[in-house]
Write a protein of this length. Structure first.
Length: 313
């Protein structure tokens, strides 16, 4: 019989978290992160890890909600067909929806354009005890807006503020807000689903060939695909400039959807595990009151049983 201590949850999940995490320390090169990584495991093993993480996540989410101290903000970014929607659906399968909320950020409305670029995301932040999931986010303001100059022109900014420094300034503003949120109890995890151009092509073809998936395809996807190199450069700069210890980026290999879910689920569970979440303890005065209430309820039950017996006679 082995006397070796069982590995901690952090140690168990480390191979699926640490290699993909970038917290701003050192150099960053997006091309250095493979898109087809499998972490040395096969799909069957991956499926077991995904299922185990769902159970863990469900447990942590209940404690997070009950403790009502921390909140968790999860940000998902990626090229079209990177698998953001399906990853969110899979990782959070079985989790109580009462404590989770998904927000999707698409083209800004007229009302949203009358506010600063962070406004619509700020009003969607998770409250204490909750998990907020951003399917795309305020980072679109440093991606699609950067790649498409005409979009920036429609944002009603005073012309004197639209200088060559605008992207650096937006990175600074985002980092400052994320630092502020972190200092107030919001744990921030950011995921870039890193898919290859070839895998995106295959997924687009799949959407075209299967009638049930036709609705997922848009002609705009093709025009955006033509700007692949510009988007990759924008992601490279954005991740490099906004990764921090308070709000790290995770470059998730997304060519194999099952492994992307292993990485995402493991990262979330690992972060929640570090919070040492517990159900709130009831003080002694309340416990004493509970005993009295319990005794009264039990007595009530006995009385009801006696009445039933008398009625039978």
């Amino acid at each position: 019989m082995s006397n070796k201590p069982s590995p901690s949850l952090a140690d168990e999940l480390k191979p699926f978290v640490a290699p993909f995490r970038f917290d701003g320390a050192g150099e960053f090169h997006l091309k250095s992160y493979p898109t087809a990584e499998k972490g040395g495991i096969d799909k069957d093993v991956g499926g077991k890890i995904i299922e185990a993480n769902r159970t863990r996540l469900n447990d942590f989410q209940e404690k997070l909600y009950a403790q009502d101290r921390w909140s968790l903000l999860l940000i998902f970014q990626g090229m079209d067909a990177a698998g953001k929607d399906s990853a969110i659906k899979s990782v959070f399968e079985g989790v109580n929806p009462q404590g989770c909320e998904v927000s999707s950020f698409k083209q800004p409305s007229t009302k949203e354009l009358d506010h600063d670029f962070m406004w619509r995301a700020m009003i969607a932040l998770p409250e204490r005890g909750h998990i907020g999931i951003f399917n795309r986010s305020y980072y679109e303001e440093c991606l699609v807006v950067r790649v498409h100059a005409d979009v920036l022109a429609k944002q009603k900014l005073p012309k004197r503020l639209m200088t060559k420094n605008i992207w650096r300034e937006r990175f600074e503003d985002i980092s400052a807000i994320e630092r502020y949120l972190s200092r107030n109890g919001t744990v921030i995890l950011k995921f870039f689903l890193h898919v290859s151009k070839e895998e995106q092509r295959r997924r687009f073809l799949d959407r075209l060939e299967e009638p049930a998936k036709n609705w997922k395809f848009s002609m705009a996807d093709v025009s955006e695909r033509a700007l692949w190199a510009k988007y990759q450069a924008a992601y490279q700069d954005m991740i490099h400039q906004t990764a921090s210890k308070e709000a790290p980026w995770h470059i998730v290999p997304a060519d194999h959807k099952w492994f992307a879910r292993v990485v995402i689920g493991s990262t979330i569970v690992n972060a929640l595990d570090r919070l040492e979440l517990k159900f709130p303890e009831v003080d002694k005065a309340d416990l004493s009151e509970f005993k009295r209430v319990r005794a009264a309820l039990e007595a009530e039950g006995k009385g009801g049983a006696a009445e039933k017996n008398a009625a039978k006679k």
